[in-house]
Unconditional design. Structure first.
Ligand code: DX5
Ligand code: ZN
Length: 219
């Protein structure tokens, strides 16, 4: 079994208290920190760059899971790994030749992931599964935190898990968008083992309690 991991998405934290927020989720038992990188082109929002990622790196020992929601991800992979990223995913929708980018990510010692939007069929990534460390299944349309979970992602996760078994592969399945303590069990049952949650953690009053509830439901 792949180890279940809770990955708070900093997008929903209070950036005026970034270090305290990071420490709070770290002490509350988070396994990873999810960093959402948006460029105002692939998605209509702008967030953080390598400079901020490097500052985050200095605040925590948790692995940094960098989710690139940007065009031309090839330009930013190295800067984010230099800044301390341990996992990097980019979107299927923006790359014709993802293989080169997986190699680039792995050569520098990070894990490589491919992300897909809710409307992108799984078939689009089928040929790459054997080269991936993880697949990121978006369960909201990328761009903003706090959106409602899109239920069709459950069957996508189930299908991916089946493919993984059929081909005896070992990639992890990450789910991102609208995940809360209330619905985490359904994506866990479907086969996901990395759970990104932004508002589902940072908009609750007790991170420790929320993360413990999540862990109980996925173990
Ligand atoms: C959306 C991002 C998500 C987002 C999740 O584009 O990729 O990581 O922060 O936020 P919630 O959990 O609030 O949907
Ligand atoms: Zn994300």
């Amino acid at each position: 079994m792949l180890y279940p991991k809770i990955a708070p998405s900093l997008l929903s934290c209070d950036f005026a208290k970034l270090k305290e927020e990071i420490k709070a989720v770290e002490n509350a038992g988070a396994h990873l920190l999810h960093l959402d990188v948006m460029d105002g082109h692939f998605v209509p929002n702008l967030t953080i760059g390598p400079f901020i990622a490097e500052a985050i790196r200095r605040c925590t020992k948790l692995p940094l899971d960098v989710h690139l929601m940007i065009e031309e991800p090839e330009k930013y992979i190295e800067p984010f790994i230099k800044a301390g990223a341990n996992m990097i995913s980019f979107h299927q929708e923006v790359t014709q030749a993802p293989q080169k980018l997986f190699d680039l990510i792995r050569r520098q010692g990070a894990k490589a992931g491919l992300a897909l939007n809710p409307d992108t069929p799984l078939e689009k990534i089928k040929n790459f599964l054997s080269q991936l460390d993880f697949v990121l299944v978006m369960s909201v349309h990328p761009g903003f935190g706090g959106q409602k979970f899109i239920k069709t992602s459950v069957s996508k996760i189930q299908e991916l898990k089946k493919w993984r078994e059929a081909q005896a592969l070992s990639f992890e399945i990450e789910v991102d968008g609208g995940i809360k303590a209330e619905n985490i069990d359904q994506v866990a049952k479907a086969g996901a083992n990395i759970f990104v949650s932004g508002s589902g953690i940072f908009k609750t009053s007790d991170y420790q309690k929320t993360i413990s509830q999540m862990k109980t439901k996925i173990q």
